[in-house]
Design a binder for this molecule. Structure first.
Ligand code: ADP
Ligand code: MG
Length: 153
């Protein structure tokens, strides 16, 4: 019997080390920084395979972040992520998951390295401008959460 994740992967069948999933979060879109962040995505050698502007419902945000359910910041996080439009991204590059996390910087912008997106655009540990997958398996699941196969170019 397959677990939920294995079913998702076998259904979509695109777990790959050269793809990751990113979000330009509502704080960055509200601040008018989405274009600047997309520019940094491209200038750092990522190819955009999918991109769209969405406004998540609270339920969609709760489903996306279900791994964090029960944590103290879960309500704040899902309220924030459904508070306005965000840009979802399917990104391609060699070793895409670690490459995108390196460009994003640490979760807490106070600890983010110079030149990272969170250093430049995040205002707090909660409202931290961007999301990135933490493994190839989760990248496949997260891409499938927001994109159909036909939407990946
Ligand atoms: P990352 O986004 O770097 O992978 P996590 O997976 O640990 O970080 O957390 C998911 C998101 O939850 C973070 O990007 C941030 O928006 C929020 N978050 C994490 N820790 C906290 C916290 N201590 N207080 C408020 N929000 C938090
Ligand atoms: Mg994470």
């Amino acid at each position: 019997m397959l677990g939920k994740n294995e079913k998702t992967i076998s259904k979509y069948n695109y777990i790959m080390s050269n793809l990751t999933f990113g979000i330009i979060k509502p704080d960055a879109v509200r601040a008018g920084n989405a274009g600047k962040i997309v520019d940094r995505v491209l200038s750092n050698g990522f190819k955009v395979r999918g991109m769209k502007l969405i406004h998540q419902t609270r339920k969609q945000a709760e489903g996306f972040y279900s791994v964090h359910a029960g944590k103290g910041f879960f309500d704040e996080l899902t309220e924030f992520m459904s508070s306005g439009p965000c840009v979802v991204l399917a990104l391609e590059k060699d070793n895409a998951v670690p490459a995108w996390r390196e460009l994003m910087g640490a979760t807490n912008p106070a600890e983010a390295a110079e030149g990272t997106l969170r250093k430049d655009f995040a205002s707090s540990i909660g409202e931290n401008a961007v999301h990135g997958s933490d493994s190839d398996e989760n990248a496949a699941i997260e891409i499938a959460y927001f994109f159909s196969k036909l939407e990946l170019v």
